[in-house]
Design a protein around this ligand. Structure first.
Ligand SMILES: [Fe+2]
Length: 205
């Protein structure tokens, strides 16, 4: 009998396999999809209240995944890396992630971490960066993303956004919530991001 976690991994894989993008296809091919399950205690967060709207907003290809996550939210272990001291209480009440696989997710993977990020409406996720290379695919549209020195750009559901190692990035939602699929590779996979603009560590005279 497949568990809801098997179903989650299958739908996550199926969604990614359907994305028409070379970077994503390479990742899908590199990942070994037979991963051992990791038993985790469920953990709920305030942001889960946005899941019904997210499941409504998700386009056809992302809807089975969004629907499963909404229906099974109570069985899943939701996490936060930040605290109210980082970005304020409103952020904390409207932010969370689900690690599907990785060093602490529902399936064990030491090479790649992947999961789903939720942000409620009218939330700014300020500039941050990390060593791991990252691919994001928003599963709902209408949010703005920026990277490096660029300005905010509206991104539609299904667009592939690539953050190279240590490139700073930020996002902000509008009147609707966001769910975005993420893949992390090549750095400490459970590392808290560094907040703020890039810091020159000096030592170059
Ligand atoms: Fe990131």
């Amino acid at each position: 009998m497949p568990t809801i976690f098997d179903e989650l991994l299958d739908l996550f894989h199926a969604y990614l396999a359907g994305v028409d993008n070379d970077l994503v296809s390479q990742e899908v091919a590199r990942i070994s999809w037979k991963m051992p399950a990791r038993p985790l205690e469920p953990r709920a967060l305030g942001c889960l209240g946005h899941l019904d709207r997210i499941a409504e907003l998700a386009p056809t290809d992302a809807k089975p995944l969004a629907r499963l996550v909404a229906d099974q939210r109570g069985a899943l272990r939701w996490g936060q890396t930040y605290t109210a001291a980082d970005f304020g209480q409103d952020f904390i009440d409207n932010y969370g992630w689900l690690e599907v696989f990785g060093t602490r997710g529902h399936f064990v993977n030491d090479e790649v971490a992947a999961g789903l990020l939720i942000l409620g409406p009218d939330i700014v996720y300020p500039d941050h960066h990390h060593i791991a290379e990252e691919i994001y695919i928003p599963l709902t549209g209408g949010t703005e993303w920026r990277m490096g020195e660029g300005g905010f750009q509206l991104r539609d559901a299904g667009e592939v956004i690539h953050h190279a190692s240590n490139v700073r990035h930020a996002m902000r939602t509008g009147e609707e919530p966001l769910m975005a699929l993420y893949l992390w590779r090549g750095g400490p996979l459970a590392q808290k991001s560094t907040i703020g603009p890039m810091v020159d560590l000096g030592g170059r005279g």
